[in-house]
Write a protein that binds this ligand. Structure first.
Ligand code: ASP
Length: 318
């Protein structure tokens, strides 16, 4: 008999308003989110692992120029693209991450290689790139990562001291992520980002910090975050949710509600997606919108995708 499984994804949170979004753009985002969910869900439905589901769902979003990860990554102060990604397996608590890597087509794929083949957890910069090349992963030239939108965002900032979150008529955090539960009861999480526009000095965000922007543990849940990384690191957001469940006995829903409130009080903006070992899913954010969606074997509702804040879709009905 088919067991419970499910997957949730995000493509960043922030000032995303229906009033400023064209229906053309809205359709493009919804199509890509659906594409990523279908990819991950098909893997899970076929009995594949949560790790494969999150990696492949994130790879779809990395290949799409709309999101601040992989191809659509923002520009650094120097006019380059430095990407961060991480992945974690809730069964083994193994994790892999790459920080400030250039040229790699799918940073999440490299993070998984780090987890499975390097003997380390976190590799950075040119060393991580050398490792990726030795594993024969696909690399692209700078042109591949050039998008007009990101270039214009950088042009507006490059002579200033500011490093800002991916924006589009306001603050928007375009990091991507996925969490999944497979039919064997294993959870996994993956997160990938280009970080902040105009960032410098090798700045890293929460996406690469296990426990901050990404975490998975079969005892509790899998979490992927998006938002102002400095706040997520200092609040250890993803692990905090897991801890509230493991040590405090809270449900996923209560743990997520507690942590989003804490983050808001702390001044952090953004959101996260989470799935627990029972297949419950939460998608919470304190911004105006978050690109998000999920599919679950539990629900007859099919794939759910949403962008804006509304009363009913911050979490799935339990
Ligand atoms: N959390 C990411 C960072 O701080 C940014 C984002 O979510 O868009 O690097």
């Amino acid at each position: 008999m088919e067991k419970k499984f499910g997957l949730a994804i995000h493509g960043g949170a922030g000032t995303i308003k229906k009033s400023t979004m064209t229906s053309f753009d809205e359709t493009k985002y919804i199509t890509e989110l659906n594409h990523a969910i279908i990819k991950g869900y098909t893997i899970l439905k076929g009995g594949g692992s949560a790790l494969d589901a999150v990696e492949y769902a994130v790879r779809i979003l990395e290949d799409c120029p709309l999101f601040n990860a992989g191809k659509g990554s923002v520009f650094t102060h120097e006019g380059t693209h430095e990407m961060d990604a991480s992945i974690m397996c809730g069964d083994t608590l193994n994790a892999g991450a790459v920080a400030a890597v250039k040229g790699i087509r799918n940073p999440v794929q490299l993070a998984r290689k780090v987890m499975e083949e390097s003997g380390y957890v976190l590799l950075c910069g040119s060393g991580a790139e050398r490792f990726g090349k030795s594993a024969a992963l696909p690399f692209e030239n700078e042109k591949y990562f050039f998008t007009d939108n990101r270039f214009n965002q950088w042009q507006a900032l490059k002579n200033s001291e500011h490093a800002v979150l991916d924006h589009d008529g306001g603050k928007k955090f375009g990091t991507v992520g996925a969490v999944a539960l497979d039919q064997n009861g294993n959870v996994a999480a993956a997160t990938s980002t280009g970080g902040l526009t105009n960032k410098k000095f090798g700045r890293l965000g929460d996406s690469v910090v296990i426990g901050a922007g990404n975490y998975a543990n079969n005892k509790t849940c899998a979490v992927s975050c998006t938002g102002y990384g400095e706040y997520f690191i200092r609040s250890v957001v993803a692990y905090d949710i897991s801890c509230l469940m493991e040590y405090g006995g809270l449900s996923l829903k209560d743990a997520c509600a507690r942590v989003i409130d804490k983050l808001t009080d702390f001044g952090g903006e953004g959101g996260f997606i989470a799935i627990d070992k029972l297949g419950n899913i939460e998608l919470l954010f304190n911004t105006e919108g978050m690109y998000r969606g999920y599919a679950s074997s539990d629900k007859s509702s099919g794939i759910q995708v949403d962008i804006y804040r509304n009363k009913n879709q911050d979490s799935t009905p339990s």
